[in-house]
Design a protein around this ligand. Sequence first.
Ligand code: URA
Length: 237
Amino acid sequence: MRLQKVLARAGIASRRKAIEIIENGSVEVNGRVVTEKGFGVDIDKDKITVAGKPISAEKYIYILLNKPKNCISTVSDPNLRKTVMDVVGLIDKRVYPVGRLDKHTTGLLLMTNDGELAYRLTHPKFGVEKTYEALVKGSVTQHAIDKIKRGLFVDGKKTQRAKVDLLFKDKEKSRLKVKIHEGRKHQVRLMLLTVGFPVKQLKRVNFGNLSLGTLKVGSCRLLTVNEISGLKKLVGL
Ligand code: URA
């Protein structure tokens, strides 16, 4: 198996990050530093260490967080802003967020140390569906909804077709449910802004087979066995 895949499976990092770790020279196979990313290893026979520590068949952990506002979806921040790691608190395993939510977006964020699953869930090839509830400024028109449904140009690139349901509207504001299969930066905010309706609040309520349900903002829970197997099935694992 390729070395980066082994590291990802062992929960060291995502596959992409694992390549960086290998190229940095922190990984040894049978006592020799290996910096070649595609290096083939036999997980039963080879002794693999990262920064001198043997990798173990670490047990995976899967956490569903209801991300609050004003915290960022990274493991650490050089500017010491509050991160999702601060919200999840101390756990004895190293988990990291699967994809990102904007600083001001709340809702469902999966955190895990299962590198292979995380890699697939964020890979455009698998196009995992994400559902957002957006509160926007203004009374949304059917024309605007149709544009989003068909796909529109955001930063010079057309978005894929989306599903949109209008949940409520009055003269000043509207509430919509938007389902997309992509994960471009600020995508929902930009799509709605492009059709003239700036987002005031954004919350992710579904990610693949996962639902936020009634989990309180700032709380987290472990995934159930069924949720984990459902997620894996979605991405061919
Ligand atoms: N789309 C956005 O605009 N922001 C998010 O946080 C997620 C999707």
